[in-house]
Write a protein that binds this ligand. Structure first.
Ligand code: NAD
Ligand code: TYD
Length: 342
């Protein structure tokens, strides 16, 4: 099978591409990514000479370009590409609407016209909004997004839904909880805290630090997507999560302990506007319909994540200095305008 992966240079996308090619020796991936600040091709360095892998730079919201990509045949699309950081969406949401809503529409439209047989639309638990203690969101819970990021993802979910209702286009929407693991850009909670603590910098905890997220190790998310690619039912939505919401402060303290750094680094700062208090998912559907279940517990996942950041100081340094942004120009000079080659 040949799949088109969008956003494959980002955190989850790059973990997915590596996982997929490792596990499926007969399959091939074209990674299409705009390379925003969040795209880092160094994450896929190990695949540079793999013939089943190719990279194409491009914007999913450029409808003409996306239509031309589908002149080549693909068996499936896995759509990760998106603007993803809540704080950036609060500062300004236009790019979120362009990439996440218009981009998803352009991709769905082109994939449908090209009669692609399976489309995984990767969404998030943030579309359900903030939940009460003890409450969990199931796939039919109301969409109540609170940040411009969450609103753009909820909008794209509704577009995806309409492609099934209207055209019977075989799209599957996944809503996963907060991911963590190797190659996550250090603007998100866990890598931000690890990289700052390593430099003995203060760790900014929003509000009282008691907001809860259901952290899932990125590899478990990647396995869930691979499973749904082959075994998910078209037109359906699947929640994906670990199942144990944990307070931010608990995560930060666990990271400090494993890095052997003092708790005095924690600094409580002004809360994020519209900050969702609690995310929690009902994941019975994917567990009942497929073999998937998460395999990596929080303690193991955090230890593996800390170990990855400790053993990749060069990656951290190039991301922090901005040098990673030159990777494409350095290594992909022959790959400009490669549409004809893919
Ligand atoms: P990320 O920010 O690390 O990476 C996003 C990637 O998309 C980058 O490589 C970026 O260059 C690319 N991109 C952005 N706009 C694009 C455009 N217009 N055209 C082409 N490429 C574009 O994101 P991530 O954390 O890996 O998240 C991937 C997907 O998973 C997103 O759709 C996100 O909503 C979803 N998700 C993320 C989490 C999480 O905890 N990180 C949880 C659930 C769902
Ligand atoms: P984040 O990683 O931005 O993911 P999301 O907002 O999409 O869930 O944030 C996770 C939690 O950590 C969220 O409750 C906000 C909080 N947070 C902080 O307390 N300090 C920070 O510097 C950041 C980035 C997040």
């Amino acid at each position: 099978m040949k799949i088109l992966v969008t956003g494959g240079a980002g955190f989850i996308g790059s973990n997915f591409v590596r996982h997929f090619l490792q596990n499926r020796p007969d399959d091939a991936v074209l990674n299409l990514d705009k390379l925003t600040y969040a795209g880092n091709l160094e994450n896929l360095d190990s695949l540079r000479s793999v013939s089943r892998y190719d990279f194409l730079r491009g914007d999913v919201s450029d409808a003409d370009f996306i239509r031309s990509v589908f002149e080549k045949p693909f068996d499936a699309v896995v759509h990760f590409a998106a603007e993803t950081h809540v704080d950036r969406s609060i500062a300004g949401g236009r790019e979120f609407i362009e990439s996440n809503v218009l981009g998803t529409y352009a991709l769905l439209d082109a994939a449908r016209r090209a009669r692609v047989q399976r489309f995984i639309h990767v969404s998030t638990d943030e579309v359900y909004g903030s939940l009460q203690p003890g409450e969990t969101a199931h796939e039919n819970s109301p969409l109540q997004p609170n940040s411009p990021y969450a609103a753009s993802k909820a909008s794209s979910d509704l577009v995806a839904r309409s492609f099934w209702s209207t055209y019977r286009f075989p799209v599957i929407t996944t809503r996963c909880s907060n991911n963590y693991g190797p190659c996550q850009f250090p603007e998100k909670l866990i890598p931000l805290m690890i990289t700052r603590a390593l430099r003995d910098e203060k760790l900014p905890v929003y509000g009282d630090g008691l907001n809860e997220r259901d952290w899932i190790f990125v590899e478990d998310h990647c396995r869930a997507i691979e499973t749904l690619l082959t075994s998910g039912r078209p037109g359906e939505v699947y929640n994906i999560g670990f199942g144990e919401p944990v307070a931010n402060l608990e995560i930060v303290r666990a990271l400090l302990r494993s890095l052997n750094k003092p708790e005095s680094l924690v600094e409580f700062v002004a809360d994020r506007p519209g900050h969702d208090r609690r995310y929690a998912l009902d994941t019975r559907k994917i567990r009942a319909e497929t073999e998937w279940k998460p395999a990596v517990g929080l303690a193991e996942g955090l230890a593996r994540t800390v170990e990855w950041y400790l053993s990749h100081p060069g990656w951290v340094e190039r991301v922090t200095s901005g040098e990673y942004l030159n990777y494409y120009d350095k290594f992909y000079t022959r790959r400009r305008a490669t549409l004809a080659e893919i």
